[in-house]
Design a protein around this ligand. Sequence first.
Ligand code: LMR
Length: 423
Amino acid sequence: MLSSITRASVKPTQMASRAFISTWNAVPQGPPDAILGVSEAFKKDVSPSKMNLGVGAYRDDGGKPYVLNSVKKAERFMMDQNMDKEYAGITGVPSFTKAAGALAYGEDSPAIKENRLAIAQSISGTGALRMGAEFFNAWFPHAKNVVVPNPTWGNHIPIMKNAGLNLEKYTYFDKQTNGLNIDGMLEDLHKAPKNTIVLLHACAHNPTGVDPTKEQWDQISKVMKERGHFPFFDMAYQGFASGDCSRDAYALRKFVDEGHQVVLAQSFAKNMGLYGERVGSFSVVCADEAEKARVDSQLKIIIRPMYSNPPIHGAHIVSTVLNNNELKQEWLGEVKTMADRIITMRDQLKGHLENDFNSQKSWNHITDQIGMFCFSGMTPEQVTNIKNDWHVYLTQDGRISMAGISSANVKYLAEAIHNVTKD
Ligand code: LMR
């Protein structure tokens, strides 16, 4: 019996051959991740026509991952500099955080000019969101209630809840119009308890591809002011909505101008193609420089026991690109190229559905929506059918990552969608 002998004397083969009960015996199998699990299933499929439209990762028109030229040049420059591999400070590489803040808020932002933006490098957007949620949990002086759009990026929910916040949803998407239900959204924001934290997608809403117009942002800002709500922006797609990084920062900058004390989770995964480098930032617009110093000190206290300090390579790439005017201009052009390719795929997908396959459904939302995703309106059953019959992989909510489509397979996709959606 295992209890009568020491564990050290039991060899693994003996343990396997006896009725050994592992300490982890009762650990249940967890479900696959709603987004990353799609990639796992895709990898196992051996069909030559398979398509991965699950994860939001940009592909070039040959269907290949795309490393931006500006990024390659920055890396070559970094190699020539013979940079060391010393630790960054707890809040990251200063030349990165300075440039990241300016890109998001604008060089002329009063928060930057008056040195009252507390900003810390993060493990991409997810890490920034988690840092933000932890910061709210520790220091938000009101009830720790956060509301997120319905639907929202699936990971928002466990990020907020695991950090201890109470989470509810506000109306966002209108299934009838495949657009924004602005009245429902304003009503829910109005009804939410005063001083609620409101998670807002700054641009290119994930998963719906539906953003408020400028006028609607103004209405949202107004109701949030009236109710004392607190804006928590997630900007994972700056540049991907319109192709223009300044235009995509409209909502964030407008809220700052209107005196909201915003916080922001920012990511360079998509717009600089730095997915695996995990580079982003979390920032807090403070009232003055002294408050900024206090917030900075608390961010360090949150970060240090989680991962000590962030990785440096991606931060140096972003810093090199954004702090060199020539590279920055090249990068801005590349962002536009990526955004434009997605727009072209939207046009072609809709065109094939309507003209080649004579689909009788309305597909206007494919071109009305913006950013990396199309919320196709496909039901979970249709998503299962398109996977089983056509080897097309997408998330169960019918979200299509437009960046995974190329001119070589857009017609095949249209045929597949038409077949699973026709009555
Ligand atoms: C997505 O929504 O597909 C991306 O944000 C990738 C991820 O981590 O979920």
